[in-house]
Design a protein around this ligand. Structure first.
Ligand code: ADP
Ligand code: MG
Length: 416
């Protein structure tokens, strides 16, 4: 067990408690985006004070936190102030500098830790981890090759049928479909790699997907793991558009396998915090298809936002519980749900003019829960908020989700 684990398991941080100097129990987060904002809301609801380290003066999380330290993520003075204010610290975005987490972990419990965040930040290390625990998780990743040298390129080109057509993905800093190029031929691969500046990449074989799903798990310092039911995700142009979270959204046996695999992956990492594991369902001729692990996010995830309104504890509640060493009861989903992502596109009409979405009509629909992140400027593709629809049964939820999607002009309505 790491040193920070020893600190926190011996001393849970209770909300509302005062430390030796009379300061309220305060939880900190590196990053000020919407995930940080929903973390802050969850922590504050329990009675914690919060601190956000984020350079942007108008960030979604900074706007709602007790403390906002406005420095870059690796600023020594900013990090020292965060450590001084907080009894435990978490992160809300994947590409937080691992060094910042190392620095903070010298004096405070940090969950998840720098080492596991570092693995999730790099597709090469991430796939190596998935492969290392395939025996226990029961799932493998898509066939792939590491591409870092001209010799590796030549080796792939010598045997093109093995991985082509494929998707070339940068090892680091890719998200929402960015840093990816689809390649059909050996020549196209060479051109695509040059286009990416010969940076470290993985080439993945293009698989025939029938669906995509993800699982959110939370693991405490003591090794206890709980999980939410797996959800089915539909992407549009590489960005999550719709999450289906109700019985029957996925074949039950497949959902159970995904859940078990995600738990095994978190255990094998010695992970502490909330982890999202994303899977492909691949057509292999069988009734329900084969599960393939795609990637993981070391934090709450867009596909888990429905847990705020459809479960008795949300992914952000569990983030608070894990970092503070609070008990971790198994969460229960009490309502079927569909989540619709609201990108900046919704704020533009067909002529490209800014408009206010028709909120009155959307909010007039039963079981709608609107979450806007406080971002003032809408831009196409920018995550501005989400809308969750809950109800007593899936058919009714789908009907309302379709109406809401139509009112807002959302893409992918036929996928609901
Ligand atoms: P990101 O970090 O951008 O989410 P992903 O690896 O999840 O990157 O890829 C984005 C999307 O591209 C996936 O959700 C999936 O729809 C598609 N995709 C990625 N890899 C493959 C693959 N090997 N075969 C088929 N589709 C893929
Ligand atoms: Mg993805």
């Amino acid at each position: 067990m790491s040193q920070e684990a020893a600190i926190i398991t011996s001393k849970p941080i209770f909300p509302g408690s005062l430390d030796a100097t009379g300061h309220r129990a305060t939880l900190g987060v590196l990053g000020g985006g919407q995930l940080g904002r929903m973390f802050v809301h969850a922590a504050q609801r329990l009675g914690y004070y919060t601190a956000v380290l984020e350079p942007d003066a108008h960030s979604p999380a900074g706007l709602v936190s007790h403390h906002h330290i406005q420095t870059s993520y690796d600023d020594p003075a900013g990090l020292a102030q965060l450590a001084q204010l907080c009894q435990a610290i978490t992160t809300e975005f994947e590409n937080v500098p691992a060094q910042a987490l190392h620095t903070l972990a010298q004096s405070r419990p940090v969950a998840p830790g720098a080492a596991v965040v570092g693995i999730a930040q790099n597709r090469i290390e991430e796939k190596a981890h998935f492969s290392a625990c395939a025996d226990v998780s029961g799932v493998t990743c898509a066939p792939y090759a590491v591409l870092e040298t001209p010799a590796q390129l030549a080796a792939i080109q010598a045997n093109p049928a093995e991985l082509l057509p494929g998707i070339l993905k940068t090892a680091r800093l890719g998200y929402d479909g960015k840093g990816q190029v689809r390649v059909q031929t050996a020549d196209a691969l060479a051109a695509a790699w040059a286009g990416l500046g010969h940076t470290a990449c993985v080439l993945e074989k293009m698989l025939p997907l029938t669906a995509e799903c993800s699982v959110l798990v939370a693991r405490g310092w003591d090794g206890l793991v709980v999980s939410f039911p797996p959800q089915r995700n539909v992407h549009e142009a590489g960005i999550l558009a719709v999450t289906h979270a109700y019985e029957g959204a996925l074949p039950p046996a497949l959902a159970e396998r995904a859940r078990e695999a995600a738990v095994a992956i978190a255990q094998h990492l010695g992970y502490v915090g909330v982890l999202c594991v994303e899977f492909f369902v691949v057509d292999d001729g069988s009734a329900h298809g084969r599960l393939v692990v795609n990637e993981m996010a070391p934090r709450p995830h867009n596909s888990g936002h429905y847990t705020l309104d459809a479960c008795d504890a949300s992914q952000f509640d569990l983030q608070v519980h894990t970092m503070a060493g609070l008990p971790l009861p198994q969460p229960r989903q009490h309502s079927p749900a569909i989540m619709l992502n609201l990108l900046g596109d919704v704020w533009f009409d067909a002529a490209g003019q800014l408009r206010e979405p028709n909120w009155p009509a959307v909010l007039n629909l039963p079981g709608t829960h609107l979450h806007l992140y406080g971002k003032t400027q809408a831009r196409p593709g920018r995550k501005m908020g989400h809308l969750t629809i809950t109800g007593s049964e899936a058919a009714g939820v789908k009907a309302v989700a379709r109406q809401a999607a139509e009112l807002l002009g959302l893409p992918g309505q036929d996928a609901i």
